[in-house]
Write a protein that binds this ligand. Structure first.
Ligand code: MTE
Ligand code: MO
Length: 249
C-alpha cells in the first residue's frame, strides 16, 4: 500500500493522534485561504464572515478529532492551585448571590422529564470528584477539584435525547453557552456542586457549574439555572463575540 492509501485508510478507520494533528493543521490552512482570497483587508464584513466560516469549519474538525473515551489529565490534590483564580465578564464584587434554598434547576428542550431540580435532589444523585486543570484563553491555567453528578448520568435520568446535537446553558449572571452532545456525555463532564470538597463558593459558580476538563474555561458555565437539549445551534456569550464555539483544549 502506498502512503496515500495508508492515509486514506487511516482517515476512515480513525487515525492515531499525530496523523490527526497534521490533518488539523493542513485543513485549517486550506479552510482559511480560499475564503480570504479576493477580498481586501479593508473589506471588514467580508473578512469577518470568512473568519467566522473558518471558525465554524474548525468546530467540525474539532468535533471529528474529539475522542469520547480519551481522558483529560488528572492531578494529585497537592497540586491544587491556591488561591484558585476567579474569572468572569465582570468583577468579583458583582458575582451573583443565589439563594440555594429557593434554587431550582430548570430542564427543557428534548427532555422527557422536565421536572425542575432542587439542590437536595442533585445531592441525592451519585457523586464523584476529580482534580483537573482549567485553562482560560486569557493566558492562565489552574488546577482545582470539582465534585458533583456525572453529567451523562443526569442526562440519562431526565430522559434527554442523547442523539440531539447540543446542550445549552443559561446562567444566573446572564452568561450562556452550549456544548456538543459527545462532550456532554464524556465521563469527566460533571454537573459540579462542590469545589475543593466544599459547597461551590459563589465566585466559582454557586450553586452549579458545568465542569469539563476537555474544554476551555469559557465553555464551563457557572451559576447554571437552566439547561436545554436542542438541535438548533444555541451559541454562547463569548462565542457570539467571536470565540470559537467548540472550544476544546
Ligand atoms: N456564568 C458564568 N460562567 C462563566 C463565566 C462567566 O463570566 N459567567 N466566565 C467563564 C470563563 S471565561 C472562565 S475562565 C471560567 C472561570 O472560572 P473560575 O472563576 O471558577 O476560575 O468561568 C467561565 N464560566
Ligand atoms: Mo476564560
Amino acid at each position: 500500500m502506498n502512503d496515500r492509501q495508508t492515509r486514506m485508510r487511516r482517515a476512515r478507520t480513525g487515525p492515531e493522534q499525530p496523523e490527526r494533528r497534521r490533518f488539523l493543521r493542513s485543513s485549517l490552512a486550506l479552510g482559511a485561504l480560499p475564503l480570504l482570497g479576493g477580498c481586501s483587508i479593508s473589506d471588514e464584513p467580508l473578512v469577518e464572515k470568512a473568519l467566522l466560516q473558518t471558525s465554524r469549519f474548525n468546530d467540525l474538525v474539532q468535533a471529528w478529532l474529539f475522542d469520547p473515551e480519551q481522558l483529560a489529565p488528572t492531578y494529585p490534590e497537592s497540586m491544587i492551585t491556591r488561591p484558585f483564580p476567579f474569572n468572569a465578564y465582570y468583577r468579583l464584587h458583582e458575582v451573583p448571590q443565589i439563594d440555594g434554598e429557593r434554587f431550582r434547576l430548570q430542564v427543557g428542550g428534548l427532555v422527557a422529564d422536565q421536572r425542575p431540580w432542587s439542590l437536595a435532589d442533585l445531592r441525592a444523585m451519585p457523586q464523584t470528584d476529580q482534580v483537573t486543570r482549567l485553562i482560560c484563553v486569557e493566558g492562565w491555567s489552574a488546577i482545582g477539584k470539582w465534585g458533583g453528578v456525572r453529567f451523562s448520568d443526569f442526562l440519562e435520568r431526565i430522559g434527554a435525547d442523547l442523539e440531539a446535537k447540543y446542550v445549552g446553558f443559561r446562567c444566573g449572571d446572564g452568561y450562556y453557552t452550549s456544548i456538543d452532545m459527545p462532550t456532554a456525555l464524556h465521563p469527566q463532564t460533571l454537573l459540579a456542586l462542590t469545589f475543593d470538597g466544599q459547597t461551590l463558593p459563589a465566585r466559582y459558580g454557586f450553586p452549579l457549574k458545568l465542569r469539563m476538563p476537555t474544554k476551555l474555561g469559557y465553555k464551563n458555565p457557572k451559576h447554571v439555572e437552566a439547561l436545554f437539549v436542542t438541535n438548533t445551534y444555541p451559541g454562547g456569550y463569548w462565542e457570539d463575540r467571536g470565540y470559537n464555539w467548540f472550544g476544546g483544549s
